[in-house]
Ligand binder design. Structure first.
Ligand SMILES: [Zn+2]
Length: 231
């Protein structure tokens, strides 16, 4: 990222944000981002996974596709310059700033069912990201059939050369952030992950903070450079 773009992004003044909320530990959150707006997700205390889904706000059958996103960028992780693509190959949001360096989009969201398989039947009734997604999606007339592959911001899931996944201690430091610019009007749904059976949240779920600014932040040539990963 060029110094120019970096300065512009980091220059977002918190006082100018049109929304500034703290999402409690274990809770869901959602909003519709207008094209050109920037959302900043802050990992307040560090090592907090945030599961995320994205939909075309005008037509939610168009939604985030991990497969299209990874195939198009030719890389296994989400990071600076990544465009999150829809199942129709169109950019939903772009990662325009990132203090963490690497985010997962392969491991999926935790669920009561998966917890039972991975950690034992006594975890069956623990709250999970899938329940958070259902609670939040219901506000928009969406449900189980609309839960697709998600992004796990701040979650460290190394992929081995053999293709195996491992959920290990997070890389995200307290105050770490990722900035997402909306490339269309996008419904954003977060689950502040409640998982306590593996290290994805440091075994201690904590609050996150979300800010939104009106955009665009910079001129179109700079936006294009960031979108192409050459900014
Ligand atoms: Zn989770």
């Amino acid at each position: 990222m060029s110094d120019l773009v970096s300065d512009l992004v980091s220059g977002l003044a918190e006082s100018a944000a049109i929304l500034d909320v703290t999402v409690p530990a274990r809770a869901p959150w959602s909003a519709i981002l207008k094209r050109g707006q920037t959302l900043r997700l802050i990992d307040l205390e560090g090592q907090q996974a945030v599961d995320a889904l994205f939909y075309n706000a005008d037509n939610p059958t168009e939604r985030y596709s991990p497969q299209d996103t990874l195939l198009e960028q030719g890389g296994a992780y989400i990071g600076l310059g990544t465009q999150l693509l829809s199942n129709e190959g169109r950019p939903l949001v772009s990662v325009v700033a990132d203090s963490c360096g690497r985010h997962d989009t392969s491991a999926g969201a935790c669920s009561c069912e998966a917890n039972t398989v991975r950690f034992g039947h006594h975890t069956r009734y623990m709250h999970a990201c899938r329940e958070n997604f259902l609670l939040e999606l219901g506000k928009y007339g969406l449900g189980k059939r609309d839960i697709v592959g998600n992004v796990n911001f701040f979650m460290n899931v190394p992929i081995t050369p053999a293709g195996e996944l491992a959920i290990v201690d997070g890389l995200s430091a307290p105050g770490g952030h990722v900035d997402l610019r909306a490339e269309m009007d996008v419904l954003v749904v977060f689950s502040n992950c409640p998982q306590v059976n593996n290290p994805c949240n440091g075994f201690n779920p904590t609050p996150i903070r979300v800010l939104i600014w009106d955009g665009p932040r910079w001129n179109e040539p700079e936006m294009a450079k960031v979108a192409q990963g050459i900014g």
